[in-house]
Design a protein around this ligand. Structure first.
Ligand code: GDD
Ligand code: MG
Length: 375
């Protein structure tokens, strides 16, 4: 498919048409999401009923992208098993696997021979862990209007320290790229979605690891290339931590951010058809309840993700937490901000709060409450 880009009046690209390539970087190990990512790459973790990557593909397709190259490394084979040739998602999908991780820049360079774009045409590059409601076509239009080497989506955050900090001038020209600066000079950060002029990708060195953030962008700026910031404070999340993952899942379920891949209408909960939820249980806050999950009487599940085959026993309370595949939360247990690994068993009345993580297959014995009158 070809899409028409319409820049601002007077822009250089009115009604120009060309097909669009995208690269998604999906090779990271997702360490901050362990134990969930011990067996599954981050972009394949289930989010609101489908692998996270399905939301990204659906949004790219909706923006007119028809050809997507996945730059894979960690557990690469799992991507193809689920997504195949991409036809179900309306895109032509290709896979390139790095024998050793090449870093973000190396990964982009490594797939260059799969791109269809001509040297001066745009290529979209996105991090595989970004959920963004921004207007990709407007970003493409700005890129064309400014004839930029790279156009970066930027968003404002409260604390920029764990991101790429990107100061710009009044015309949107990027002045510096400071990855994970302990003392950020601005709250504008790199949102992990770029439009590259294709020939710029070919300038990245081959055959070794390269960081696009630490090496490519600073070098382009040093060579006086035009890097432009596309600032749009739409819905945006990096799903790379448990807290952010749960929040993004709930936002998808509740329709705070729209996704064509959501399997059902937005609402307070998304309960998969084979789940068995007691009428006397409360499920809300955008919770996701997977296939074959059982939620027993008087259990409360608020703003959480309960993956396939898990069991939440009676009177348990699960808040802002992720319960892994086949895990069991015992009667009266309380989870708040916890991650329970696949197949684990949280015994009755345990309380796991504030970022607690239980590794797969662990059994926590029940907590017995003894009152002083018992002694
Ligand atoms: N193919 C491949 N090979 N992909 C990789 C590699 C690699 O060697 N290393 C990382 N990736 C992918 C990850 O899978 C992820 O989708 C993306 O590149 C970014 O890596 P993260 O590890 O998630 O980086 P980050 O979140 O700390 O920082 C990045 O994203 C921020 C926005 O969320 C940077 O781009 C920051 O500048 C940015 O602000
Ligand atoms: Mg990330």
């Amino acid at each position: 498919m070809a899409i028409a880009l319409t820049a601002e009046p007077g822009g250089a690209t009115d009604h120009e048409e060309f097909p669009i390539d995208a690269i998604i970087l999906v090779g990271g190990r997702g360490t901050r999401l362990r134990p969930l990512t011990l067996g599954v790459p981050k972009p394949l973790l289930p989010m609101a009923g489908v692998p996270f990557l399905a939301h990204q593909l659906a949004r790219l397709h909706a923006a007119g992208v028809d050809h997507v190259v996945l730059a894979t490394s960690y557990r690469a084979e799992q991507f193809c098993d689920y997504f195949g040739d991409g036809a179900r998602f309306g895109v032509q999908l290709e896979y390139v696997t790095e024998a050793e991780p090449l870093g973000t820049g190396g990964a982009i360079r490594n797939v260059a021979d799969r791109l269809h774009a001509k040297p001066d045409e745009p290529v979209i590059v996105i991090n595989g862990d970004i959920l963004s409601g921004h207007d990709l076509r407007a970003q493409l239009a700005l890129h064309a209007e400014r004839s930029a080497a790279v156009t970066l989506h930027l968003v404002e955050v409260d604390d920029a320290r764990s991101f790429g900090c990107v100061p710009i001038d009044r015309d949107g020209r990027v002045l510096a790229f400071l990855e994970k600066s302990p003392q950020p000079v601005t709250n504008l950060i790199n949102a992990g979605c770029y439009v590259f002029r294709r020939e710029v990708i070919e300038r990245i060195p081959t055959g070794r690891a390269v960081s696009v953030e630490c090496e490519t962008f600073p070098e382009l700026l040093g060579a006086d290339e035009l890097l432009v910031g596309y600032v749009e404070n739409a819905y945006w999340s990096d799903i790379g931590t448990p807290a952010a993952f749960v929040r993004a899942s709930c936002d998808l379920v509740r329709g705070v951010v729209a996704s064509p891949a959501l399997p059902g209408p937005p609402g307070e909960a998304l309960v998969m058809p084979s789940a068995d939820v007691s009428d006397a249980a409360a499920i809300a806050g955008g919770s996701f309840i997977g296939e074959r999950v059982r939620v027993a009487v008087n259990a409360i599940v608020m703003g959480s993700v309960v993956l396939d085959g898990a069991v939440i026993e009676s009177d348990a309370v699960v808040r802002a937490s992720i319960v892994g595949v086949g895990a069991r939360v015992g009667a009266g247990a309380v989870l708040d901000g916890a991650v329970i690994g696949e197949g684990s068993h949280v015994g009755e009345r345990n309380e796991l709060v504030g970022g607690a993580r239980v590794w797969p297959g662990v059994v926590l014995p029940p907590v017995s409450i003894r009152f002083s009158s018992d002694e």
